[in-house]
Structure formats: structure tokens, C-alpha cells
Design a protein around this ligand. Structure first.
Ligand SMILES: [Zn+2]
Ligand SMILES: [Zn+2]
Length: 361
């Protein structure tokens, strides 16, 4: 075995091709993982449509949400909890920051390390080739932290924890405690919005209100515990949406508003927030201008990018320990094999599915 199949972007906006990509030699401490599931994310769609800001150049193996079985380890490795890992263990693994720049060593904000490595945007014709998750195998560089996936968490849900869910965990981490009298408003009913709904309920919010679309996604949102949902396609006037939030919050607005849709949702979202409230901005893409003079008084704005290794662990632990309370599997709404990766990306691009998964077994 010296190569494997992978779904490669060779030209933006063109169908991906299934190519054979070399399996690299492992550096000391590196792993080779046989992919069990790779979930797709909005970022994969954006990167397929055109180059993103981080300077990706083609060809690229798409996908950055992997879960898989250890096939090979060069040397001894332990997981994030200090337990040894072995061939056959099912794992997810963190991104890697440089560890020595200002952001890593002084500010302790490794997510904005300029030297940070992530997946799904490295050239597949350069060593170590296999750094995208829509492939039969993936290379895990030595500094990555390893998180074992417990039996009760599906490979698809674990894969989704490798981007969508751990980013939500990071957001709540930086937001601080949700008090039992607080109402959380969520803008977006995709995988992040639905997972955030569960986390907000779990963290003790009095009420969780979700604004999103289409109806099929909002149905999942309800199952994740939302107290009320508003369909953007039915209520198209921003004033009516603001009124809906205020009707649910004694006229004040939400104590916390979480944006997991797109930057374009931010100006409207700020009108959902009460004075002194907290706004958590996660969803990327799109552009918007904010009128500073119209900001709520004394508000707090929190933004997060990606996540730190502990958030991968928190997401996996949440999936395992809250599985009886929330129907996480309802978020994985469409399964494809590698050959149908283009169908999967199209389904994500048109919001027909909440989360598409490429499954290998
Ligand atoms: Zn992602
Ligand atoms: Zn760094």
C-alpha cells in the first residue's frame, strides 16, 4: 500500500476528482489513520467555490472533520489524557500551533498562531500529502493531540466534533457562565446552531430561541431543545424578527446572542441583544458593516476562531455524556461514499442537509 484514494479539488467551482495520492513515510511521533467518517462543513463549500483568505493553492484534498482508526504509529504516543494509544484505536486529533510565537507562548491564544496547521487546505502533491479528510487515509503530524472516541459516540458525530462542535465549545468557554434567568438567541440552524442549542440548554439557559432556515433544519433544532424557532424564509422582515425576540424576552432582547450563520447576520443580531448583553460571533464568510453608534449599551463582543485542543475533548465528552438527552445523530442527515463527494458538497451548498458525512465503513 503506497497510495490511497482521495477527493481532490483541482479547480475551483469544478467537480472534485477521485485521485490516488501517495501515503507518506511517517516522521517520529506521526500517525497514519484510516478514515472512518469525514463530515463536511460550510468552509469546505467556500473553499471549493474559490480560494479562501489563508492562501490555499491547489490541488487540495477537501475536508477537515475526520474521525478514524489508527493504522500505524511511528513510536510511542499517548492521548490528551496521558493514556497510551495503539493501532486500531478510534480517534480525532487537534490542530497544531507552533508553540513558540507571541500568541502561543505569551498571549496563550494558540488559535490565532500564524504558524498554525489545519486540514483541508494543504497541497496534496507535497509531503505529507494526506492532510484532508475526504480520503481513505490521513496523516497526523507529530504535535497533534489525540483524543480517543468512546464506543457510544458514532464516527460521524466524532468527525463533526473536529470542527463544528469544538468551535461551539470554544465559544461557550469564552462566553462564560449562562445564568438560569438568561435567554440565549441563536442565529443559524446548521450544525453549529443545533449543537449550540444543546450546549445552551445544558449550560442552564432559561430559554433558547433559534432563528434559521429551512424548515427541515429547524425541525432538528426543535429536537435539540430549542424553546422557540423562527423560520427566516417565512418571516422576512428584520423588524418582525427583532419583535419576535423582544416578545420572548419581556421587551429587552436576549441576554446572549450567538451568531453561527454568516457575518452578514451580525448587524441584525445586535438588535436582538439587550443592553449589557453578550454577543458571540462564530459564523464566518460574508461581509457586513456595524453602526457603532447603534450598539447596545455596555455590551460584550466575543469572537472565536477554531478551538484549542481541550475543546475537541469537551465536544467528544459532551456527545458521550449527553447522548440520552440530545439526539445528536439527527444532525447527520445525509451519508455518501467517497465517489459521491460532489453530491455531498452540493447538498451542503444548497442547505438541503444539516450535515453531510462521507463514510468509509
Ligand atoms: Zn469547519
Ligand atoms: Zn504559535
Amino acid at each position: 500500500m503506497n497510495d490511497c484514494r482521495a477527493a481532490v479539488i483541482t479547480a475551483h467551482n469544478q467537480p472534485l476528482t477521485i485521485e490516488r495520492v501517495p501515503i507518506p513515510d511517517l516522521e517520529p511521533g506521526a500517525l497514519l489513520v484510516k478514515i472512518a467518517a469525514s463530515t463536511l462543513c460550510g468552509t469546505d463549500v467556500h473553499r471549493w467555490h474559490g480560494p479562501l483568505g489563508d492562501g490555499d493553492s491547489l490541488p487540495i484534498i477537501t475536508g477537515h472533520e475526520p474521525c478514524g482508526y489508527i493504522e500505524e504509529i511511528n513510536g510511542e504516543r499517548t492521548d490528551i489524557l496521558g493514556q497510551p494509544v495503539k493501532r486500531g484505536d478510534r480517534i480525532v486529533w487537534s490542530y497544531v500551533a507552533c508553540g513558540s510565537c507571541y500568541y502561543c507562548s505569551v498571549a496563550l491564544q494558540p488559535c490565532i498562531c500564524p504558524g498554525r496547521a489545519s486540514w483541508g487546505h494543504n497541497r496534496s502533491d507535497q509531503y505529507p500529502y494526506l492532510l484532508g479528510s475526504c480520503a481513505e487515509y490521513m496523516y497526523v503530524p507529530p504535535p497533534c493531540l489525540i483524543i480517543k472516541v468512546p464506543e457510544e459516540v458514532s464516527s460521524a458525530s466524532a468527525a463533526a466534533s473536529a470542527c463544528a462542535y469544538r468551535t461551539v465549545m470554544h465559544g461557550f468557554d469564552r462566553l462564560g457562565a449562562i445564568k438560569s434567568n438568561e435567554t440565549v438567541v441563536i442565529q443559524g440552524s446548521g450544525p453549529l446552531g443545533n449543537f449550540a442549542t444543546a450546549v445552551a440548554k445544558d449550560h442552564g439557559a432559561k430559554k433558547v430561541l433559534v432563528i434559521g432556515a429551512p424548515a427541515a433544519r429547524l425541525e432538528v433544532t426543535r429536537r435539540m431543545g430549542a424553546d422557540a424557532v423562527l423560520n427566516l424564509e417565512e418571516v422576512t422582515d428584520t423588524n418582525d424578527r427583532r419583535q419576535w425576540v423582544h416578545d420572548h424576552t419581556e421587551g429587552r432582547g436576549g441576554d446572549v446572542v450567538i451568531q453561527v450563520a454568516n457575518n452578514m447576520a451580525v448587524p441584525e443580531g445586535l438588535t436582538f441583544l439587550r443592553g449589557g448583553g453578550r454577543y458571540l460571533n462564530i459564523g464566518a464568510g460574508g461581509k457586513a458593516n456595524i453602526a457603532v453608534e447603534r450598539l447596545p449599551q455596555e455590551m460584550t463582543l466575543v469572537t472565536v476562531r477554531s478551538a484549542e485542543p481541550r475543546h475537541w475533548l469537551q465536544a467528544i465528552d459532551f456527545l458521550a455524556s449527553r447522548r440520552d438527552r440530545f439526539p445528536f445523530e439527527a444532525m447527520i442527515t445525509a451519508r455518501y461514499d467517497l465517489e459521491h463527494v460532489n453530491d455531498a458538497l452540493q447538498a451542503m451548498a444548497s442547505y438541503r442537509v444539516v450535515k453531510a458525512v462521507i463514510g468509509f465503513n
